[in-house]
Design a protein around this ligand. Sequence first.
Ligand code: C5P
Length: 229
Amino acid sequence: MGAGAIIVAAGSGERLGASLPKAMVRVAGRPLVAWCAIALSAARGVDALVIVSPPGEEKAIAAAIGDVVRVHAIVPGGATRQRSVAAGIAALPTDVDAILVHDAARPLVTPAMVECVLAELAVHDGAIAAAPVADTLKREGAGGMIAETIDRVGLWGAQTPQAFRAEVIRRMFAEADPIEMDTATDCAGMAERRGVRVALVNPQSPNPKVTVPADLALVEALLGGLRIA
Ligand code: C5P
């Protein structure tokens, strides 16, 4: 079999200040999670799609996606992102060769991005979308003042999708202790800790994460120019 894809959509979206879960917030005429589901299911090599929902919101997530996309399962998420990823992995068919994880908060993902990340698994155990840091980086000191400038050479911002050979990511999650499941902020971090080599794949097109209200206007404008469905 090919790849199983997971969209983690169980976050509350507190920083967005929305009255509904972040994944259900509409941008450019569609909920964030629907943009992601359309792109992932259109990617070559993705055979099964699992959506991890805020617990109790599974029906609302199904309605948000509609019937344009075939979904293998919609399952309730956990208290942290990585616990939600674990719920998604458990719901995938057992015979997938690769597992790809994507945040519902990144609606500009494209089928090409997914395919580029998956293609790296021919040579590596893991690969993630990421972009070189463009801004000059400052560390904050006392009173909101700059303490120092950090050399940005070689620094990348990690994004999603993140893909791994299925046996590798299943082993990572089987080994993880509760502290790691509560504190890790992405799957690549768990891989690095175990010495799993993970390739950086520059998606070459904007792939921002919707976190605060100002991000919505940016993503709305960018999605207006994107035609994938
Ligand atoms: O909070 P943050 O923006 O880092 O979340 C990244 C992704 O993880 C989002 O798509 C969010 O819905 C998801 N998430 C989740 N379960 C949680 C927390 C976050 O599925 N408990």
